[in-house]
Design a protein. Sequence first.
Length: 349
Amino acid sequence: MVVFFFSSQFILFIILALIGLATEAMRSFMNALPDLIAGAVIAIITYGLHHFFQYLRKTRQSNLYMVCEAAMLCSITLGIIVIAGIADLDRCNRWLNWFDDSLSTQVLTYIGIILLSNLIALTMACLLPWRRIGSLFPLLAILAPFVMCANALQVCTASYSDYITTDFESVSGLQEYRITEEAQIFYPSIFGDGIFPAVLPFKYTNESFEKDDIVYTVYHPKEYYAERGEAYAVVSDGTKGGLVLISNLEKVDKTQYRYSLETKTDDCSLYNADSHTVKLTYPKEVTYTSWKITQEIVAVIPAGEHLILMEGGVDDVSGDAYLRVYIPNGKLVGYIPRDEIAVIRTPVG
């Protein structure tokens, strides 16, 4: 009787566990369903384009279409790794941000543009009676991923720079450093702690700090990185920011600037900041305020409005492109896009 009882309990446990696993699997499947559908659509379109390429290769007797197809396939396979690495820098959600701010949406949009450009190129090449003119369109399709990559680099690195300039916990007590020689600005890699692009020997940079420029460390002082054997520190001068070699940083003993925040564009939207209290009991009891941005616009702020950084609490990751601030004029709390906020430096003394 006892054996039967424990056997029944064990069987019931197994059944409940299987139900839990099935429920979680179904939930994961439903969350992944849009991406799975998009992947199926991409596969079907790619297969159709493959036959289109074959037809033109046979009728036009040109290897150009083989090169064009190879470029397309590389762009939507290996090219995704490059694009994902660049899009990861888009902290202010600017590049291909037509639906939401997820990386998968940016990658799927990129693939869609590549496939569409090839479809248009092949259609024009097929319809135009002048073959030499028609052959120009596949060349444009080959260039399309390179143009998109260049555009993504420009937009996403600027997005990362604008994010870094305001990603501090306080505007007071910032540790300043002097640039000892011209310092190139680099960007983090999506893979670990490397510098973008992590898999190549050269690193991408398009901006720099001049010698004797004053910058501040955003997250940790120079010594923090040096103790961990890291070669780069995240810094900003209030206008641009990124990673620079710590060997180019010299600590400033006397504070050079006071820092404050203000809006830099007219009709700046202030989004509602929703908060709730979170209580954790493990490993120790901790209570904090969690903040989340909503789409409700509570006010429209003019340029030059003084802002006070809201310190304390935890911001939801969806608010990375925004900064939680307090506006003394009106006593309002909310989120403002980071790219609409200026860091004002006032010389000390």
